[in-house]
Design a binder for this molecule. Sequence first.
Ligand code: PLP
Length: 374
Amino acid sequence: MDDFIPVSTPVFEGRERELLAQCIETGWISSEGPFVEALERGMAKRTGRAHGVAMSSGSCALQAAVGALNLHPGDEVIIPSFTIISCAAAVIRSGATPVAVDCDPRTWCMDVDLVRQAVTPRTRAVMPVHIYGLTVDMTRLDVLTAEYGLAMVEDAAEAHGQQCDSHPCGGFGTMSVFSFYPNKLITTGEGGMVLTDDEALAMRLRSMRNLCFEPQRRFVHDELGWNWRMSNVQAAIGVAQLDLLDTFVERKRTMGRRYDALLADIPGLERPLPSTPFADNAYWVYGVVLADEVPLDAVQAMRRLAERGIGTRPFFWPMHEQPVFRRMGLFADTHCPVSERIARRGFYIPSGLGLTEEQQERVAAALREVLVHA
Ligand SMILES: *Cc1c(COP(=O)(O)O)cnc(C)c1O
C-alpha cells in the first residue's frame, strides 16, 4: 500500500551529510575517528556525566555495564518484567540472576514499591528502564539504592533528552545506557553508549569494548573482551543528530498532545499519562491499551489497523513469560499481572519524527473505526 503509515521513520535534517562526507574525505571510518569521542563528550554533557563510552548497540552497552559490575553466581539484579530482552540477557550472561518486578499500571514503568519488596541479601543492583516516554520514579529509587548499597544501571534507551525531577535521564545511578537504533530519539543506525561518573569504570568499559587489549603489550590479554566498538561513520550521524535532540523532543511532545486531543473521546482506549509528579511525557512512542470491555486484543486490533494502512508495534512481552527464560528455570514464581495485561492489550501507533498532522488524523480515524466497530 502506497500510503501505508509506518510506525517510525528516522529524519535527517542537520549536518548528517556533511559529517558523513568528512569521514570519506579524511579516511576516518573506523572507531579511531574523531566523531566517536565527540559523540561521547556530547552525550556526557547532555546527561551531566563525566564519561561516555560509545558501543555498537544499546544491547551491548547494557551487557558491558552489567559486566563491569563484576557480579557473581547467585547475585541478584532487579529488573522490570516489562522491558526488552536485552536487560535480562545482560544479567544472565554476566552470571547473575535477574529478578523481575511488575510495572505501574498507568506509567508502564517499574514500580519502585515492588523493587523494595524484591530486595534480598543477595541483591547487588537495580536496572530501572524508562518506558515509551515516561520515567521510573528515580528520586525514590535513588533513596532505595543508597539505603541498601546497591549499584544502579539506568536503561535510558528510550529517554534521550527526557528529565526526571529536573535531572537528565541518563544521569542517574552507577552507569546509564542509551541506544541509537533508528527508532530512538536520535540515531547512529546501530549504536549505543554507557555513561558514568566513575573513571575506573569508564576505563574498564573501554577495555571491554576493545577486546581487552593491554595498553603496553597489545596482543597479550589478561581478560576476555569483545569488539563492541562504534565506527566513526555511525558517530558522525550521531553528532549531527545530537544537535537536533531538543527539537526532536519538542516535536514528540507536540505529536503526543495532538494524539491526546484526537483520541480523547474514543471509548475503550487507555492513553499514556501526559505527566507524572516527576516527569512530563516525552512520547518517545505513543502507546495505547485496550480497556477490558473492548472485545479485541492487541493482535486483533493491530491486524485491523494494518488493513487500514496503519503500522503498529506490539508492547513488550514480559520477561517472566519468555519461553527461553522459563526453559532455563528462571522466573518460575514470578507473577506480574500489570505487565501480563498490557502485553496482551497494548500496542503503539505511528510515532516517528517524520509523522505529519494529516497522518495522525488518519491514524486516529482508523483507530476510531476499529474500536467503534469492534
Ligand atoms: C532499544 C532498547 C534497547 C536496545 O538497544 P539496541 O541498540 O537496539 O540494542 C535497550 N533497552 C531499551 C529500553 C530499548 O528500548
